[in-house]
Design a protein around this ligand. Sequence first.
Ligand code: PLP
Length: 404
Amino acid sequence: MVDDKLRTPGAVRDAERWTAHNYHPLPVVISSAEGAWLTDVDGKRYLDCLAGYSALNFGHRHPQLIAAAHAQLDRLTLTSRAFIHDQFADFCRELAELCGKDLVLPMNTGAEAVETGIKVARKWGYQVKGVPAGQANIIVADGNFHGRTTTIVSFSTDEDARADFGPYTPGFTVVPYGDLDALTAAIDDNTVAVLLEPIQGEQGVVVPPEGYLPGVRQVCTDRNVLFIADEIQSGLGRTGRTFACDHEGVVPDMYLLGKALGGGIVPVSAVAANSDVLGVLKPGQHGSTFGGNPLACAVATEVVRLLATGEFQRRSAELGERLRAGLEGLLGKGLVGVRVRGLWAGLDIDPALMSGREACERLMARGILAKDTHGSTIRLAPPLVITEEEIDQAIKTLTEVLAA
Ligand SMILES: *Cc1c(COP(=O)(O)O)cnc(C)c1O
């Protein structure tokens, strides 16, 4: 059916014409949103089952976050860290308390939080652990996703993310994810940190075997190595707890946070750690023009306050069980694998049926927006404000797509 009154085809063409093709978006053009719902330029509504890769855990335009942003826009937006502003202390204190750590270092994007973690771990290694100059190494996992900078893609195992971006930054050792023996064997006297996602989101919501994270914690303690948890996607309520590490009672030395910390409004990231670790940084050694700006702090403080109530973690845990039940019912009926933690699910579609991309296109035609990760795997990560009825609707639509 061709309807020349539809604005979408032209808007898709225009968007593709003027941008580098570093993404392959679904052919939908969104113009407004509220809660768990998106509306496109033709007025068609979609249930958001991606939530900006978990940057929108509290839904689109959460009233409390929007109010904080508006109020701050009318007072002060930027000072740089050359001066102190009146939103800074509350943000750092409240986030540090949420994390159970002494100190916070605010940045903007997730990749910057990861870079900060790497720099802090190396400096800690030389100054505190006593690693010989230039010898520090960091252990990372196969299948990782930590961002897109040249250093971070240096230890990616995804060829698309890595190929032709060398020369690569040395100092990283890749071990299989979920294999504690391999990780333990890779640690030597120059190892300063283990950097892991407690659940690998981009890889398809891959949950490591039970006991792995506590094992990593123990070996890091025993060998005087920092455990850095990249909770940029898994943290802040997504899995039904504040942090994915909480499911196994694990406390890392450094939390890397981002995505949902900005409330879906501004990019905000942070590293949280104790002063024996973050204290290695002295003035002039690291920074960011926009990191910890007043607008970011005002919004992110409200994010922390939403999380401090526990309401979103509870919703995610409870509704996640409904999502799990619905998805497990589709095993053998088009799905060959399902992994669920809170409102976060990785689904492996039978590759004989369709690719993940095809599944997402068919879901889109029926009013659900989701995103494939690799091959026939798709990820569902709806905003945590989604309702029971909306979850049921998503399951019903997925059932139809898999049966068609
Ligand atoms: C998204 C993501 C990052 C990178 O965040 P950006 O804001 O895109 O730089 C890092 N780690 C994980 C686990 C992520 O999901």
